[in-house]
Design a protein around this ligand. Structure first.
Ligand SMILES: Cc1cc2nc3c(=O)[nH]c(=O)nc-3n(C[C@H](O)[C@H](O)[C@H](O)COP(=O)(O)O)c2cc1C
Length: 191
């Protein structure tokens, strides 16, 4: 059974980003994919301090007091990951930036286990800056040798208050199609 890990980078546990991610896990659950939802936003996290210790302790960051080492193991075990972020000042949240920097660095010194996993991004944006936010996450997939599926529009929703996602019909259709493409790709890659 293929495994999908979704990571919510918003501190709002039931906000628009979470709802987009749940739309994806609901679809994938029904299609027989094993799914897991990980709450990253709102939790304390360090930025990378470039200490290089992850090269010595293969697969482990020097910081043991936040969620990164746990999340890294989950990322390693997944066939596909979806990182979701709201747009904060035209970019990802602090938690998403920290997890990308640190998981990217740890995995680069641990035999590159992200290679050929599937990676998708979903973004919530009230008005402007969503493209940049989406690009930031897709850059992480690009440098980590990952495979990125698309949809019929860019994977974002125009939303501000919790629940606005469901009012954005085109956003819902875009995210649903992304979920279909994730399942399609997971099946193809499984051979
Ligand atoms: C600190 C902060 C910065 C934000 N910056 C932007 C921004 O640059 N552009 C924008 O359109 N919306 C911005 N927003 C609005 C959020 O992106 C929007 O409300 C989003 O739906 C929140 O997603 P969530 O419900 O998953 O938390 C910002 C919100 C916060 C709290």
């Amino acid at each position: 059974m293929s495994k999908l890990l979704v990571i919510n980078g918003s501190p709002r546990k039931n906000g628009n980003t979470a709802r987009m991610l749940k739309t994806i896990t609901d679809y994938c659950d029904k299609a027989g994919v094993e799914t897991e939802f990980f709450q990253a936003g709102g939790n304390m996290v360090h930025g990378c301090i470039a200490c290089g210790k992850c090269a010595e302790h293969k697969g482990e960051c020097t910081f043991g007091d936040d969620f990164i080492n746990e999340l890294y193991q989950k990322v390693k075990a997944a066939d596909a990951i979806v990182i979701g972020s709201p747009t904060y000042y035209g970019d990802v949240t602090t938690e998403v930036k920290a997890l990308m920097d640190r998981i990217g660095f740890i995995s680069g010194r641990d035999g590159r286990p992200l290679s050929r996993k599937i990676g998708a991004a979903v973004v919530s944006v009230r008005r402007c800056g969503g493209m940049h936010t989406l690009d930031t996450i897709n850059h992480f997939y690009g440098i980590n040798d990952m495979i990125v599926p698309g949809s019929t529009y860019w994977n974002m929703t125009l939303s501000r208050d919790i629940g606005d996602f469901e009012k954005d019909d085109e956003g819902v259709a875009t995210i649903t199609r992304l979920a279909e493409n994730l399942v399609y790709l997971l099946e193809k890659l499984k051979g």
